[in-house]
Write a protein that binds this ligand. Structure first.
Ligand code: GRF
Length: 217
């Protein structure tokens, strides 16, 4: 039995698209049951409709509090019998209401190598800081922003001529690879959370060291 995924997305939804594509091609053992957006005109809703997936709006500001907003989101997710929640460009900090409804089953993707550069405008922040690598992180969600246990990270080099946009595009290509993979590990029952660490069992180590600029020693 594959995952029954609800995706929360505020924006363009390219990560949602990567999940839809991975699920429909069979690489990801999951069904995207519903896409929920806080933004009625989000392109992610259109992507859902095109894929024949339910698209629902829980408009931001309609509920009296963040908790009441999440109550409404949980209602939608439950109605679609979701067992896993993937935040994909979701601009809202989720509350314990949502986390308690899906304990250990809420994931997020962030376009930086956490714990560096949490929050917004992170590509500009990475360039300003002068880091030589950035990347992206899939992590379990906890009550703090961009904070929970890390499932997978991908690293990309930062180039001297990068703009926030060129760096974001390089990172996004990796986001589209690691998010389906993280969910597939979950689908296979291979993820165990041990404090801050996520153990993949059996282990599946990635490739070796990276240097930027090159190292000749
Ligand atoms: C991605 O960079 C994601 O990591 C961040 O917001 C962006 C959303 O892009 N949380 P998209 O809507 O998936 O295209």
């Amino acid at each position: 039995m594959g995952l029954r995924v609800g995706v929360l997305a505020s924006g363009s939804g390219s990560n949602l698209q990567a999940l839809l594509d991975a699920a429909s091609s069979g690489r990801l053992d999951a069904r995207i049951e519903v896409v929920v957006s806080d933004m009625p005109d989000a392109f992610s809703l259109e992507r859902a409709r095109r894929a024949g997936v339910a698209a629902e709006v829980v408009a931001w500001g309609a509920a009296p509090s963040r908790e009441a907003h999440d109550d409404a989101v949980v209602d939608v997710l439950r109605r679609h019998q979701v067992d896993t929640v993937a935040l994909a460009g979701y601009l809202r900090l989720v509350t314990p209401v949502l986390l308690a409804a899906f304990p250990g089953r809420v994931l997020n993707i962030h376009p930086a190598l956490l714990p560096s550069f949490p929050g917004l405008h992170v590509q500009a922040a990475a360039l300003e800081h002068g880091v030589k690598f950035s990347g992206c992180t899939v992590h379990f969600v906890d009550e703090e922003m961009d904070h929970g246990p890390i499932v997978i990270q991908a690293v990309v080099p930062v180039r001297d001529d990068d703009t926030p946009e060129s760096l974001a595009a390089r990172i996004l290509r990796e986001e589209h690879r690691i998010y389906p993979q993280a969910l597939q590990y979950l689908a296979e029952g291979r993820l165990r959370i041990d404090g801050r660490r996520v153990v993949v069992d059996p282990p599946s180590p990635g490739s070796g060291s990276l240097h930027n600029p090159a190292v000749k020693f």
